[in-house]
Design a protein around this ligand. Structure first.
Ligand SMILES: [Zn+2]
Ligand SMILES: [Zn+2]
Length: 264
């Protein structure tokens, strides 16, 4: 097993889906697991988190990009959080003056959820997402994205390699210089390509982008590989395969639930 990997646990945007039309790319919502040496970092806690493994050499850190439901949905049913004595850090961005715990409790408390996370048996540490963050040899940096209610773009670096998580991102006409610098020469960028170009025209302001814009960023910032994420619930395997073929580049793929990518 490589010492630096990214596993796609859930890549669906907005809403989980299932059924025969979604077997290749998967139906679980946003969740990615990065293993770097002894460190484990999760990006988001969508329904993909439910099937994640539970035991790690060191307590994992779950970094939440923003508080939309599709990025939090799996947290309440992740088995590790109910195991006595197991520590898990959950880092949540502050929103509208609410602290991290209050932000999480908007979903994880009655009436929307039966209990608050305080009642879980695991040792759960909720804190405000504060970047940059260091975990051993891992560095995680962040910058503000572009999404209704905000969303943090995160870059994780380890031993000279880097991977960027750019979900729930709506492009502007031009990519800003600070953004291009932030993602420059990244080994892998996870980019929100939820919409087809014509769909985007009717969904401006919804907070998502297109694979075509992703390709533009890739060339401007010399990104090595791109994984398109946040698949629309209406995008069946057939549609996603067609879109992947249409973009016609070996360095751009649409993320498939269950795949592991080696980064080192
Ligand atoms: Zn989302
Ligand atoms: Zn969102």
């Amino acid at each position: 097993m490589a010492e630096f990997t990214l596993t796609v646990l859930g890549t669906r945007g907005s809403m989980a889906v299932d059924g025969a039309d979604y077997t290749l790319f998967g139906g679980a919502t946003s969740c990615y697991m990065i293993r770097a040496g002894e460190e484990t970092v999760f990006w988001d806690a969508g329904s993909g988190l439910i099937r994640a493994e539970v035991d790690f050499p060191k307590p994992p850190v779950i970094l939440i990009s923003h508080l939309h439901l599709d990025h939090l949905l799996g947290l309440g049913m992740y088995p590790r959080l109910t195991r006595k004595g197991l520590e898990t850090r959950i880092c949540v961005p502050a929103s509208d003056g609410a602290d991290a715990e209050a932000g999480l409790n908007q979903l994880y408390s009655p009436p929307l959820w039966p209990v608050s996370m305080k009642l879980y048996a695991g040792d759960i540490r909720v804190e405000e997402l504060s970047l940059p963050m260091r975990l051993g040899e891992v560095l995680i940096e962040g910058m503000a994205g572009s999404h209704p209610g905000d969303c943090v773009i995160m870059k994780l670096s380890y031993k000279g390699r880097s991977v960027v998580y750019m979900t729930d991102y709506e492009h502007q006409e031009r990519f800003s210089d600070p953004l291009i610098d932030f993602v420059r020469e990244a080994d892998l960028v996870l980019y929100d390509g939820q919409y087809k170009v014509d769909e985007y025209e009717t969904k401006k302001g919804f907070g998502h982008s297109t694979v075509e814009k992703g390709a533009e960023l890739m060339d401007q910032a010399s990104i090595r590989k791109m994984l398109i994420v946040h698949h629309d619930p209406q995008s069946t395997d057939e549609i996603l395969l067609e879109r992947e073929k249409a973009i016609g580049r070996k360095d751009i793929r649409f993320a498939r639930q269950g795949e592991t990518i080696e980064l080192l």
